[in-house]
Design a protein around this ligand. Sequence first.
Ligand code: UD1
Ligand code: MG
Length: 482
Amino acid sequence: MPAAGQSLEPIAKKDLSNAKSPIWHTGTVLLTSIGLGFVFNRSSDPLLSCVGFSVLAYVLTNALIPTLGPSFIKVGFYGRDLGKNNKPLIPETMGAVCGLVYMSLMFLFIPFLFYKYLVTETSGAGNRDQTIDTAVHMIHTGRQLSMFPHSKLAEYLAALLSLFSILVLGVADDLFDIRWRNKLFMPVLAVIPLMVVYYVDFGVTDVVVPQFVWSLLHSGTEYSPPPTVNLGIYYYAYMLAVAIFCPNSINILAGINGLEVGQAVVVSVFLLLNDAIYILRGRISGSVHPAAEAHLLSTYFVLPLLGVSIALLKYNWYPARVFVGDTYCYFAGMVFAEVGILGHFAKTLLVFLIPQVINFIYSAPQLFKLIECPRHRLPKLNVETGLLESSRVEFKIAPTGLRKNFLSVLAKIKLVDLETDRAGKIKSCSNLTIINLVLTWTGPLREDKLAIVLLAIQAASCGAGLIARHTIAPIIFGRDNI
Ligand code: UD1
Ligand code: MG
């Protein structure tokens, strides 16, 4: 780590590429071979192909970021690293590279995902005659339409279309720096294709609620499991809220190297662990449970995201050589929202996003302008010590009335650091993000240590959420969809 005051300019100028190293070459060849081996696995298992594509996603992103980084700077996609002494200029919007790799591989994955239907059970794979007979038989019995799972393909394509839209909107945001209150609602547009497909093909608007909530809502009726409540049109509003929340909540828990992509990596790992519980259970018991199918689809979307994200994290970790940009935050958040919506496990998803939920609620007074919100709320570098300190809002006019009382209460319970003058007027307060809050509690920290603390909080919260989801939740809800 460079000492305080030491120039960090060489980091910005350094060639991003490690391609000259023989280890890099060997590693790339090895990983590519492993990836291809999984993609073309002998059992034509889409899950194994997805593992292969995710390894390739890592390899490609890892190779493309250093190659494309300088070109991004040339066309104006760059930002200044505000957490460093001399604020070096580095490429931004690397989420576009991740998005490009992700989308390309997801398109290539389509034939592998539907291999069974496209080849084995139809006219390919050398069983043409037999399958034609079967098809004719199916036409007679009226069952030919179910041969190919069109609804599954529609879900998959709609999810990709939504991701593509959010990528375009994210790049537009990185280009034009769209105003916060406008960009808050950008995911609404992107999620429309997904919601239409959900309505047409799935349409379930029931949610499982705890038994006592069910009993409260159905007073006088004898309890009959499952304890579900039909939200009707409100379910679509709820999905919309999830789609708005996920991308934006990642984008505002940001501002220190490695944090945006780091949190996405942690959440992805826990989503995959949750998926694995359902998938492995299904595979061991040999049954095809609808929840297992949904979690399989979730894995197909989250695993390649993990692949591109790990490669991005390598370059975005302290001292960052690239920035992820709003493009990445929206993209990763949208993947999470999509799997939560399509998999019908939005509540579980929110359990994994507890730090983001807390940060959103804690930020609300600034987001909704009750308290001034500066353009950047990221921590401030103390150039003397080289450590980050919480950044502050300096009040031109001291808050009075409700605003003053609100801040005083927060200060009393140590949720904000207030600076007052002798007359008791509030001069400044720490910005309302959990990043600054951690710094208020711990004191100044080096940027990478702060990122580690925040990611450890994320992992601990996800871990506790996962355990609670599979131990306490079945008791509260009276059932488990496993
Ligand atoms: C959100 C936050 C803002 C925070 C910013 C940091 C809200 C309402 N908005 O705004 O407070 O400052 O993210 O990403 O909470 N940067 C660094 N180091 C990093 C990451 C980013 O210095 O590790 C700086 C760079 O100058 C970069 C810029 O932040 O160019 C990116 O900011 P941008 O993503 O455009 O900010 P917003 O998402 O609008
Ligand atoms: Mg941002």
